[in-house]
Ligand binder design. Structure first.
Ligand code: NDP
Length: 483
């Protein structure tokens, strides 16, 4: 399989190279080998991308919603047909096991293209009667949108931002994370093949400064970022100075609350999905697992047993269920947190170390007896580290769960459904789960409150974040003016 991208950037319907940009190595996380290289966008490349987006957007917005939708749904079908190839690429980009990438990465990108493709023809305004006069509203595109991606879901993020933006008639310039530059280029290629006019979906590579240059450009009308809170603050501030629209999908330190009456097997399953999928590199993870005292030891024992069933190894082997960290840098950050957990007195139940093999592998790790003030209970780790905290009462756990600046997700496991709804109702989080964890269907809004973000991705909600409403007052009679 050809891994080295045809060229670094995709602009105006074609691959474009400019080797005068800073070189960026593409590293396969499972071995640490360099498998390709791209070049960061130079100012000339950024200029070309924005010019082509500006021109492409006019052509695209002039098409009917139905025509736009047909192209997006065609792209969705093409992604599904090529799922194997795209999943292998995603595995090389991120190190995530093929078992995962073939199930949730390109497929969830296709879901978004299909869903928003289906909505495109229905984006209408309304008629507001005012006696003789009336107002009609028109849902219009914003213009040129910039998407900036994190490295954990490169195909999904490229589609989750692109699909609603394009359905509404916008153009996009997408900058993937420098750590995972390959997948978004394939998304751009497929969209073009599906019939997207050139210039409507462009990809440029680069680090933070390329993202910053895009955010600050006056031709850009909206910025959608998936990333950390510190980056989110910078990007939000830069966008605000131009009064641009934003969507911010940022980090979390989400609570997963397990009551004594929960089904232990399901609760352990939820905690595994909420901490170890993608080696823990998921923003919505429920990394503060509050377990009521009566069930705690049973929960921990069963968790440790099931972690022993994880198949850690070559991510391209379909049997592998747990892969490496995305990069050496991220691995070292997480190792630092594992050390802090031990130093601050948490009880190490499982893992807690780097695995002896090539690549950036860490053991799935569980700390018990974690207290609210410990660093591992307060900061987002973005790795396979679960903190188990004990609690006695419902009121206590709600207060402790909410005592964080983040508010992305929250989950509750209980067999008492009224308690499930009551507790979820009091948790400060955008994306919540009852007796489940980390499901993200495109039909449901996804996003955070507090420092975890602004706006929502997916669902009909996303349309409001990629379009604006024009209202038009129509007077049927004469104009009465005071003089
Ligand atoms: P970062 O915040 O470091 O980077 C996110 C993206 O922003 C990257 O493409 C980065 O470029 C770019 N960037 C960095 N600085 C700037 C700037 N000043 N202006 C514009 N763009 C900039 O996050 P990571 O990539 O390290 O991803 C991990 C983080 O993302 C975690 O904290 C996680 O919580 C969060 N995340 C949130 C999700 C959500 O939906 N809420 C989903 C997934 C991740 P580069 O890195 O190439 O320099």
């Amino acid at each position: 399989m050809q891994l080295q991208p045809t060229a670094s950037h995709f602009i105006d319907g074609e691959y474009v190279e400019d080797p005068s940009g800073a070189p960026i190595d593409i590293v396969y996380p499972a071995t640490g080998e360099v498998i390709g290289q791209v070049f960061a966008a130079t100012p000339t490349i950024i200029e070309r991308a924005l010019d082509s987006a500006k021109a492409g957007q006019k052509v695209w917005a002039a098409m009917s919603g139905r025509e736009r939708g047909r192209i997006l749904t065609r792209a969705a079908a093409m992604i599904m047909e090529r799922n194997h190839e795209l999943s292998v690429l995603e595995t090389y980009d991120t190190g995530k096991p093929y078992q995962e990438t073939s199930a949730v990465d390109a497929t969830s990108g296709a879901d978004a293209l299909e869903f928003f493709g289906g909505l495109a023809a229905s984006l209408t305004g309304e008629h507001i009667p005012l006696g003789e006069d009336w107002v009609y509203t028109v849902r219009e595109p914003l213009g040129v949108c910039v998407g900036i991606g994190a490295w954990n879901y490169p195909t999904q993020i490229a589609c989750w931002k692109g699909a609603p933006a394009l359905a509404c008639g916008n153009a996009m310039v997408f900058k993937p994370s420098e750590t995972t530059p390959m997948c978004a280029l394939k998304v751009a290629e497929i969209l073009l093949e599906a019939g997207l006019p050139k210039g409507v979906y462009n990809v440029v590579q680069g680090m933070g400064e390329v993202g910053a240059a895009l955010v600050n450009d006056p031709r850009v009308d909206k910025v959608s970022l998936t990333g950390s809170v510190p980056t989110g603050k910078k990007v939000y501030a830069a966008a605000a100075s131009h009064m641009k629209h934003v969507t911010m999908e940022l980090g979390g330190k989400s609570p997963l609350i397990i009551f004594d009456d929960a089904d232990v097997e399901n609760a352990v399953g939820g905690a595994i999905l909420g901490n170890f999928y993608s080696s823990g590199q998921v923003c919505s993870n429920g990394t503060r697992v509050f377990v009521q005292k009566g069930i705690k030891e049973k929960f921990i024992a069963r968790l440790a047993e099931r972690l022993g069933d994880a198949v850690i190894g070559d991510p391209l082997d379909e049997a592998t269920s747990f892969g490496p960290m995305v990069s050496e840098r991220q691995m070292n950050i997480v190792l630092g947190y594992m050390a802090k957990g031990k130093d601050e007195g948490a009880r190490l139940v499982y893992g807690g170390e780097r695995l002896e093999r090539d690549g950036f592998y860490l053991a799935p790790t569980v700390f018990a007896d974690v207290t609210d003030d410990m660093t591992i209970a307060r900061e987002e780790i973005f790795g396979p580290v679960m903190s188990v905290l004990d609690f006695d009462t419902e009121e206590e756990v709600i207060a402790r769960a909410n005592a964080t600046e983040f508010g992305l997700s929250a989950g509750v496991f209980t067999s008492d459904l009224s308690r499930g709804h009551r507790v979820i109702g009091k948790l400060e989080a955008g994306s919540c789960f009852i007796n489940s964890y980390n499901d993200a269907p495109v039909e449901a809004p996804f996003g955070g409150v507090k420092m975890s973000g602004v706006g929502r991705e997916n669902s009909k909600e996303a349309i409001n974040h990629y379009s604006q409403v024009k209202s038009v007052y129509v007077r049927m009679g004469d104009v009465e003016a005071p003089f």
